[in-house]
Structure formats: C-alpha cells, structure tokens
Design a protein around this ligand. Structure first.
Ligand SMILES: [Zn+2]
Length: 752
C-alpha cells in the first residue's frame, strides 16, 4: 500500500464515530490481565505479514502456539531469520518472579527472566496487536509486567458432567491466553469417577457411569430424571497428554481425588470400602451423601494404591484430597470406625476425620507431594503439611494462615462461577447465588487482619466451576468467561484499572477476540439493567447503563401486535408505556455499544395496581428482597424459582399495606405465591384483606390458600388495602425442613 492511500485510510478511521470512542481507551493497555507498567509513546509500529524471529531462541511448542494464535486472530505468520529480527529477545537476571518487559519501537524487544515469562510476553504481544481494516499495528509503548500472586487458578468439575480431552484442551488454551496458571481438575465425586486407575478397573467400568441425571434444579418437585446414561473417563494415556498440553502452556494441574466424602461413585464400584458395604449405584442427583469411605485399614490400602498411581502421573507439587462435606452419620454407627477411634485414642468423629487426613498426608509426604484440601480439613486439627483451600468464606483460610499453613482463597462469595452472573431472566439455570463480574473484579485474596508474614501464606486465589447445572462446553464457557478474565485481573495486577475501563476493554477488544477464539462468553454482567417501574398509568421503562454514551433503541409490542415504536435515547432515560384495559407488553431493547447490540425481552402484565406503593409492616428477609416494587411491577418471577424477582418472608405472620394514587374500582385481587417444598417454601394458610383504619379495621375479604394463584373478589372503590397472611407456625414432620418456619414467597399482586 502506498503511503498516501495509507494516510487517507487512517484519516478515514479517525473520522468514523466509533473511533472517537476508541480514542478514550488508547492509553490503557489492551492486554488483559493489565500489565504492571504500560507507557504509551507516540506513533504505531505497523506489522509485516511475516513476522521475523530467531526460532532457535524459543522452545518449539511456544512457536507452534504463537503461529496458531497469530494465524487465527490476526492472519499473520512468523518466519525464521538469522539476521535482524522483528521480535528480539534478551534474558534478564535479578528481576521479580516471572518478570518480562516489551519495548515496542521500530521493532519488538522482549526481555524475559525465564521460559514461562517469555511465554507470558508472547501472549501479551498477541493481545497488543490492533486491527483497522486489514492494517495490523501495535501502539508504540513500553510494558513491564509480572504477576502479583503465584496461584491463579481455575477449577473444573468433570464428575457432575464429563468433558472430553478436546474440551479440556480448549479450556487450558483460554486459561493460558489470560495467564491463569493452575488447573484444579476435580476428577472424582459422587456422580462419577473420571480417571483410569490400573489397580482398580471397576472405578471406571462401574464408577464412571450413571443411569440417569436429575432435570431442573434439585430442589424442584417432583424430581424428574432424564433416563439417559451419562459418563466417561480419561485413560492414563489421555491424562499424560493433557498434562503435557498444560505444561506447554505453563499451567500446573492439581488433581483432586475426593475423600472421605463425595465418594459414592467409588463405593458403587467397591462397596467393601464403605461402612455398611451395601451395593449401590452411581447417583444421578446432586447433594451430600451419607455413604462415605469407612476408616478401616483396608480402605487406606485402597486409597493409597490409587494415590500411588495419581502421584506417579501428575508432576505438580500438590494433590487435592477434597475433605469437604463428609457427614459422620455412618461412622457413628460403624463398628470398624468406632474401633479406629478407640485404637487411636480419638475423642470423636471429627478427630477421626482429622486422623484420616493426617494418614493420607503422611503418605503423600513420602511421595514428595503436598496435601491440599477444602477448609473442612481444619476440623479436629490440621495436618502438619496440609494447605487449605478456603471456600466457606475466607475464615478457614485466615485460621490456616495464622497457623503458618499455605492457603488458596476461593470464597463462594467471589469465586463460585456456578452462581448466576446477572439478575436477568434469560440466564440459564444455575445452582443459585449471584456472583457478578464486578464482584469477581474486586476480589482480593488477602483479607484484612493478617500480618504481612501471615499474608505471605496466601498463595493466591481460584474460581471454581461445579458442573451440576453446567451440562456442556458451551455453558461452561458462558459461566467462566468473562468472569475468569476478571479473576485474572484480581490475581495478576499490582494495580488494576477501574472496573469501567476493564468493561470497556472487554467490549471493544476482548469480546471480539473471544469471538475469534470461538469462546461462548456471556455479556450479561455488562448489559444495561432495565427497570420496569409500575406507575398509575402504566409502566415506566428505565434503562440504567454503566456507560453514559450508550445508545439504545426500543421496540414495543402490545398484545402481540408490534406498534413499531422505536426510541433512540441516551442512557439513564426512561419512557412510559400507557396501560390499556388488559394487555401484555413485550419490550425489546437493543443496546448499541459500537459493534455490540443486546436484546432483552420482558413480558409485562398491565393491571390497575401497577406502581402502587407498598408499606411492609413485616420486613421481607433481606436475602430475598429483590426490589420494594417487585409486587406491583407487572412482572412474574421465574419458575423454577431462581431467587430473583421474588419477595421472601420467613415469619409466620406477614402484614403489609398497598396504596394507590387515587381511588380505584377494584373487582379482583390476584395473588401469586410460590410452592417449592424442597426449598422449604410453602403456600400460606390464610389471607385476609382489610380496609385500614386507625380505630377498627374492616374485613373486606378472606380466603384460604390452596394453589399458587389465588383470586379474591373485592368489588369496591378503594385507595388503600391492608393484607394479613398467616402461615403454618412450623413445617410439619415428614416434609422438607420439618420443624422450621416455612418460607413464603410472592412475586406479584394483580389488581383488576
Ligand atoms: Zn466405617
């Protein structure tokens, strides 16, 4: 291309509207995780189609990966040269661990401290390359970089759902692209044993397969199963292949073999190592099971034989042995377990768990390995060489660090990627919880209150992907990305940019990159939120966006007929939809942020009570108090229930008042309750509607509740109503949650 044409093109790009948006982020490095130092210089370095480098200076596998990514993302290739190379290298000494720097001037100059840091430099190099039409360039800059934490982990549960070798490799590829360096491979659990053990073939011939899997949330009733065989396992040859693949990406694999709990699959294959020795099948339902390993001598021989093969296979320092959620029910009644308690002068079953872990710890130590377990391994005393993975909050990690044990922080609040990432109704079914992208971004594995020496025992952090509700790779990527990039920011960056810059970087640069890499990421955390606020004339649709420059368009259809109303508004504006007699409003909002547009569909039910003011005398439980206006916003909650869009009470008497702006003729009031006994949510007993009065309340109507939808006739002109709902005092014996106060859940009260 000649220079004049080239300049004309550049000028053209500067003038298109999108590029002024781009100009705002120019001084932030496009590399994620964000480098420690990024200093922009004037001008760009334009890339040749063939990038020359001295291939002998790189490990072969590194060049192979560089070529693959350059070709796939940028349609560029490398070429070997003995002369002046486009990418030049220099090895450094006496710099921070895994340090590298890149100077981009008239060529690319990489300084690195070890092979791993050279790899990181190349990943950054690939992300630095920008495209405008067919022109590839890197902004001239100087980068200095090294990780803050040495443990930047991503976990994967392959037991609840099995993932193929090819899928694991893709998972590792994307991890490496974002400089995550620990792959915690959860290989065994109740619902499937997934690794070949030569000494015990039944672990995979029986333990790797289940006949059926539960459909919907496991608290849904009645329980339904898919009646389809699910399973699979990795042969030791495949495991070796994956280990090598991970090593070539500077990722250490931490295998997890669960004990003494979460062992149903192993015990289905070898029931002789359970307390009751009863035959059982591999379960297809989620949860915690009482049937765990018996602590008799034969079990230790069995487990140590398994661990012998595991330690021979995996080169990493750590072996994860689980240790979580092990009910002691069977141990209490087992002659063998009670004998172990007596023989070893233990106080109780908690100490027996500690004894169990200590024995395994001693064995691993002999094999030159370190034991890692979930924070339950603190129970009954921590084994001398054990490291703790703190998942039930950070407290377990704090206790362990204070006792000079190494810790990996993975609290459910910030690191459980099987939780929902937005409150949108279109999210796929998840286990529960809410872990937004921003929350992950703000994760700090060092809790306050630790001395600097104690904080030194915190190795880093990790996100966990439990796959009860993640059936395939598509959904796995949806749950993992972009949250895993936010995690990498929180674990790599010395001083990370503010969340707003990060989210812009995702939209403008990394989402398109993930598209090329064929990763099914979610953009739901960054979608503008849409509030539907009822008011007396209809519904007010308010769009809240993190970015004030966002522009969106709206199409509204009423009663299924599109009115072709198109609005173009600035963010944080609202518009009103007038209510008709009875109609359903479907709103499609298209959000335009450069190349990205997002559509949200919400069906709204118009009724006379929209926007009516609610005053609660009985406070809803703060955990289930979606918004104050949720009961009169024209929206119904999701079924199966997901925790959002519902108001939940945990008291046996619920009182509140609803007030309209002016008197209205109301014929009926329709209540919408939730019945989900598995979650201890029951229908209430009785509902009373009063005319409020300071002197004496007047009862308008009364009804017993038999179904989720209850209609009550009123037939009056009113302005204000008072409601009293009474429930069972306690959940009856024989029902889930027996003896506790039942939950009462409501999503909408419709006035017609
Ligand atoms: Zn036992």
């Amino acid at each position: 291309m000649n220079l004049i044409l080239f300049r004309a093109l550049v000028l053209f790009f500067v003038m298109i509207p999108g590029s002024c948006y781009y100009a705002q982020i120019k001084d932030i490095s496009p590399v994620l995780p964000s480098p420690v130092v990024y200093k922009r210089a004037k001008g760009n370095l334009y890339l040749p189609k063939k990038i020359s480098l001295n291939k002998d200076a790189f490990p072969e596998h590194m060049i192979a990966q560089l070529d693959t990514l350059l070709e796939k993302i940028h349609a560029l290739e490398t070429v070997d040269t003995r002369g002046k190379a486009f990418i030049r290298l220099r090895k450094l000494k006496n710099v921070p661990k895994d340090f590298y720097s890149i100077a981009i001037n008239d060529y690319v100059f990489i300084s690195y401290s070890n092979e791993k840091s050279l790899f990181y430099a190349l990943e950054s190099f690939i992300q630095l390359i920008q495209t405008e039409e067919d022109i590839k360039y890197i902004s001239k800059a100087f980068i200095q970089d090294y990780p803050k934490f040495e443990w930047r982990g991503l976990h994967l549960d392959v037991s609840r759902h099995f993932f193929t070798v090819a899928e694991i490799k893709k998972y590792l590829d994307i991890m490496a692209f974002y400089k995550l360096n620990i792959f915690h491979w959860h290989l065994t659990d109740d619902q499937g044993w997934r690794i070949e053990i030569k000494a015990f073939p039944k672990l995979t011939s029986i333990g790797a397969w289940r006949d059926s899997t539960i459909i919907n949330h496991f608290t849904s009733e009645p329980r339904q199963y898919d009646n389809t065989v699910h399973g699979g396992y990795y042969t030791q040859e495949e495991v070796k292949e994956i280990i090598k693949y991970a090593q070539e990406r500077y990722i250490t694999i931490v295998p997890e073999i669960e004990m003494p709990g979460h062992s149903s699959a192993a015990l289905a294959a070898y029931p002789e190592y359970s307390c009751n020795q009863k035959k059982q099948s591999v379960p297809g339902v989620w949860g915690v099971f009482d049937n765990i390993y018996c602590t008799k001598e034969e079990t230790f021989v069995f487990l140590e034989t398994i661990l012998e093969e595991i330690t021979d296979l995996f080169p990493g320092d750590y072996i994860h042995i689980g240790g979580d959620e092990a009910p002691k029910t069977n141990w209490e009644y087992c002659i063998n377990c009670q004998k172990t308690i007596q023989d070893n002068a233990l106080l109780n079953e908690k100490e027996l768990q500690s004894y169990f872990i200590k024995r395994i710890d001693r064995f691993l130590l002999k094999k030159n390995k370190k034991l890692l377990g979930w924070d339950e391994i603190l129970e009954g005393g921590l084994s001398p060489n054990a490291a703790v993975m703190s998942w039930r909050g950070m407290q377990g990690g704090i206790i362990a660090a204070k006792k000079s044990h190494y810790v990996v922080m993975t609290p459910g609040s910030h690191c459980y990627f099987d939780h929902y990432q937005s409150k949108s109704k279109s999210e796929p079914l998840a286990i529960g919880g809410y872990t937004s992208l921003e929350k992950v971004y703000n994760f700090n594995p060092i809790p306050s209150g630790l001395s600097s020496t104690e904080a030194g025992f915190i190795l880093g952090g990790q996100a966990n992907l439990w796959t009860e509700y993640i059936p395939d790779m598509n959904q796995l990527e949806y749950m993992a990305y972009p949250r895993a990039i936010a995690l990498s920011q929180s674990l790599w960056c010395t001083d990370k940019p503010e969340f707003k810059s990060f989210s812009k970087m995702l939209y403008t640069y990394h989402f398109p990159l993930l598209d090329i890499l064929e990763v099914n990421y979610s953009n739901s955390s960054l979608k503008p939120s849409i509030d539907f606020i009822g008011f007396n004339k209809g519904i007010r649709i308010k769009v809240n966006s993190k970015d004030s420059s966002d522009v969106f368009q709206t199409n509204i259809s009423e009663d299924g007929i599109s009115k072709n109303k198109t609005f173009t508004l600035k963010a944080n504006h609202y518009f009103d939809v007038q209510a008709k007699k009875e109609n359903t409003v479907k709103t499609t909002i298209t959000f335009k942020n450069l190349k990205n547009s997002i559509t949200s569909n919400v069906t709204l039910k118009n009724h006379l009570g929209l926007g009516a003011k609610i005053t609660f005398e009985t406070a809803p439980n703060p955990q289930y108090n979606y918004t104050q206006s949720v009961l009169t916003d024209g929206q119904y909650g999701m079924r199966p229930w997901r925790g959002h869009e519902w108001i939940g009470f945990d008291s046996d008497n619920i009182v509140f008042e609803i007030e309209f702006e002016k008197k209205k003729k109301i014929k009926t009031v329709n209540f919408s309750f939730l019945k989900s006994n598995g979650s201890w949510i029951y229908l209430p007993n009785e509902l009373n509607i009063y005319k409020p009065s300071r002197k004496r309340e007047k009862l308008f109507a009364k009804s017993t509740i038999k179904t989720e939808q209850t209609e009550i006739k009123i037939n009056r002109r009113i302005r204000k109503l008072r409601f009293k709902i009474s429930t069972h005092k306690k959940i009856p014996i024989g029902f889930p949650g027996e003896g506790h106060t039942p939950w009462t859940f409501l999503d909408e009260i419709e006035f017609n």
